[in-house]
Write a protein that binds this ligand. Structure first.
Ligand code: SF4
Length: 350
């Protein structure tokens, strides 16, 4: 049983079913979620329908990818006793609310969402001129508003999506009300600090660049990836001084290493007192220290995948209860409740 959470702010956030997660997913979102689960009433969902907006042509991996995401969530420390984890498509009310929102949403609102044009230009090899792709920020609005979330933790690039969600809530409340009250609160953005986390080639860590360190990478793989990681280009020879502030390995230290190690790196790099190989092995030590306990937690569920699936089922059931209550209000506000209404009442309401 989850403890009573009525006094806590409700938080809603999700991740696409992308499969196993990397350090960038952890630092940008997941470690923040783990902290939030004790402070807020958190609903975290695996967005498998969102995955379809770009990967509709091959759905063979979507379900397994959802499970992999869940395993990494559990590995990172999300706890089904302290938060609700579910799969988007297991709560079909999301689709229903999305459809109803689509009726009231001007096309221009969706066309001007910055990621729409950006992604259409950047993602090559896929036809994204689909209705689903245009409408995915609206599906996101339905995801959020369904739970009447107070806070939506997002990075800078997702802020326009929450802004759209607020506009949708206002527009819906303008047309319809539930016994004189607005149905949807306007959620607030909770800006998640996104520390600079470069991949092994120095660019932003991303699966599409092939430069990731995965949460599931075993120690030898982590060490090998660190060995090939780019460094400050000024350090051509061992005797050349460098600058950890412009080195991707230096960025890793800042996030994952303790103060003492960072001090050693700073002095040693700038004075050429240490070599990059040594510095990288310290960074690998710090990473392994964080990843090892995660991998041990993950193993429990890898050995017994049914346990993980049960967590998803229980979470989805909890989510469906909230969603069903919201949809009752939505239907009633729109004068489309499932209840029988006599002819006179129906006529009176026009
Ligand atoms: S010593 Fe460390 S911080 Fe400095 S350039 Fe080499 S890897 Fe980067």
């Amino acid at each position: 049983m989850m403890p009573s959470v009525s006094h806590r702010k409700r938080v809603l956030s999700g991740m696409r079913s992308t499969g196993k997660l990397h350090l960038g997913n952890f630092v940008g979102a997941l470690d923040n979620w783990v902290r939030m689960q004790d402070q807020c009433d958190c609903f975290f969902f695996i967005a498998d329908w969102h995955a379809l907006t770009t990967d509709y042509a091959d759905t063979s991996q979507v379900k397994q990818n959802s499970v992999e995401v869940l395993l990494d969530w559990l590995a990172a420390g999300l706890d089904p006793e302290r938060c609700t984890m579910f799969v988007q498509s297991h709560v079909p009310q999301h689709a229903e609310l999305h459809l109803l929102f689509s009726m009231i949403t001007p096309l221009g609102w969706l066309e001007r969402v910055p990621t729409y044009k950006e992604q259409q230009e950047n993602i090559t090899g896929k036809d994204l001129s689909t209705y689903g792709f245009l409408g995915y920020p609206l599906l996101m609005s339905a995801d959020i508003l369904m739970y009447k979330g107070d806070l939506v933790p997002v990075g800078e690039d997702q802020v326009p999506h929450v802004e759209l969600t607020r506009e949708i809530a206002r527009r819906f409340n303008m047309f319809y009300n539930f016994h004189g009250q607005p149905v949807f609160p306007e959620p607030q953005v909770l800006l998640t600090p996104e520390p600079k986390l470069p991949g092994t080639d120095g660019r932003k860590m991303s699966k599409s660049y092939g430069n990731t360190i995965m949460l599931t990478d075993p120690e030898p793989v982590v060490r090998q990836k660190l060995k090939t990681m780019v460094t400050d280009p000024a350090r051509v020879r061992r005797t050349d001084p460098g600058n950890p502030d412009v080195c991707p390995v230096g960025d890793l230290h800042k996030i994952f290493s303790d103060r003492e190690t960072n001090a050693k790196v700073d002095v040693g790099c700038r004075s050429a007192g240490i070599g990059c190989i040594e510095c990288k092995s310290w960074a690998a030590d710090s990473l392994v220290q964080i990843l090892n306990p995660m991998q041990q937690r993950r193993k429990k569920y890898e050995d017994n995948p049914r346990l993980a699936w049960d967590i998803l089922e229980q979470g989805s059931e909890r989510a469906r209860k909230v969603a069903s209550s919201t949809m009752n209000e939505v239907r009633e506000a729109m004068k489309m409740s499932l209840e029988y209404e006599g002819p006179s009442r129906a006529q009176g309401q026009g």
